[in-house]
Design a protein around this ligand. Structure first.
Ligand code: HEC
Ligand code: HEC
Length: 320
């Protein structure tokens, strides 16, 4: 080896030493910088996450998933559903407006505080989960989902998050009862005036081709709620449409008169729809609501009167 080569070798070693030092200095500065930034960020960097933040993010995600399941149920559980195909293709939101947050829009304001409770229909203690499955079997004319599923937990988390038990306007509005039976023939005229443009002459609603959700949901026929559903009771249907339909109506600005609401309810609920009878319903028949249209009853009024009214005499004469 000549001197020249030795010189170059020493220089090379010195350069490598300097570079290693530089890298070490950069690393130290970098790490210090990261610590500084992570302290000033709202969302700390991975590795410095605390458990509380993780839990809050997970709850937020779960609630958002729950809201989406309620607003766009068909996407997950409709005939082309991505989770399971176990419903008629309607969304919970079709009936629980604004994802269950609209005043007298069949909202969920009182659900979290009122369940679990004993219900007359089942005669059993029911949790929110069981109540949701009731709507799957009846309003969505489908099948129940697992109580422990991710989807069920998300819907319950969302429903709990919208609780407003103190506010007036929970659930469905009670329309004053008529002194006469509700009249389906008059209701047909009202339907043609107020509803047919959106829900169709056959109550079939409207679905854009290829889309998995309804633009206007069906009111009767094979894709609608079944005869065991809440809306099949005239008081529920009349109350729901009085404050919400034609779409855009509100409790403050209703469009239908009380007569129109009852008569249109009578017309729609006289059309064909899926028939479902749950024999276990109303184990104590004295707990049946007066407008549940299937006997046996604790009184002597006919099925016809329990369907169309007049209901007032039944109220004053309950032990009849
Ligand atoms: C076809 C209309 C319709 C659809 C679709 C529907 N529901 Fe309902 N739901 C009702 C009616 C009617 C009631 C009874 C309200 C009453 O009697 O005050 C009800 C009641 C409820 C209740 C109890 C409310 C209370 O205050 O006691 C919950 C919870 C509920 N539904 C959840 C759901 C969920 C979740 C879905 C979708 C998986 C759904 N519903 C789909 C019509 C519907
Ligand atoms: C301008 C269009 C429009 C008109 C008119 C209209 N609706 Fe609706 N209706 C809707 C829409 C949209 C929904 C679903 C809302 C949602 O998913 O957010 C709905 C939902 C419903 C529902 C609950 C879901 C179902 O299919 O069972 C009922 C019941 C209903 N309408 C009855 C009526 C009646 C009765 C009338 C006439 C008095 C009427 N609607 C007039 C647009 C309309």
């Amino acid at each position: 080896m000549d001197n020249n080569f030795q010189d170059r070798f020493v220089k090379l070693v010195q350069t490598i030493q300097k570079m290693v030092l530089l890298v070490i200095m950069l690393l130290v500065l970098g790490i210090a910088g990261l610590y500084f930034i992570s302290d000033t960020l709202d969302h700390p960097l991975p590795g410095t996450l605390n458990n509380e933040t993780v839990v809050m993010d997970m709850e937020e995600n779960q609630m958002q998933y729950g809201e989406d399941l309620i607003a766009h149920t068909a996407k997950y559980f409709g005939p082309d559903g991505t989770v399971r195909q176990n419903s008629n293709g309607m969304n919970c939101q079709n009936c629980h407006l604004d994802a269950g947050t609209k005043k007298f829009g069949n909202n969920y304001w009182k659900v979290a505080t009122e369940y679990p409770r004993v219900r007359g229909r089942s005669g059993k203690m029911e949790s929110v989960e069981m109540r949701i499955n009731d709507c799957f079997r009846r309003s969505l004319n489908g099948d129940t989902i697992a109580l422990e599923s991710r989807e069920m937990k998300a819907m319950v988390a969302y429903i709990t998050s919208v609780a407003s038990p103190e506010e007036t306007g929970a659930g469905i509005f009670s329309v004053a009862m008529l002194d006469r039976p509700a009249n389906p023939a008059t209701g047909k005229i009202g339907y043609e005036k107020h509803c047919v443009v959106c829900h169709g002459a056959q109550g079939e609603g409207m679905r854009i081709k290829g889309a998995n959700e309804y633009v206007y949901p069906p009111l009767w026929g094979s894709h609608s709620y079944n005869t065991a559903a809440g809306l099949y009771r005239l008081s529920r249907f009349a109350g729901y449409i009085k404050t919400n339909m034609p779409f855009g109506a509100t409790a403050e600005n209703p469009i239908l008169s009380n007569e129109e609401a009852w008569d249109i309810a009578a017309y729609v609920n006289s059309q064909e729809r899926p028939i479902k009878i749950f024999k276990e319903d109303w184990p104590d028949i004295s707990k049946k609501p007066i407008d549940h249209p299937f006997g046996p009853f604790a009184d002597n009024y006919s099925e016809l009167q329990h369907k169309f009214g007049p209901f007032k005499p039944m109220l004053t004469n309950e032990s009849n």
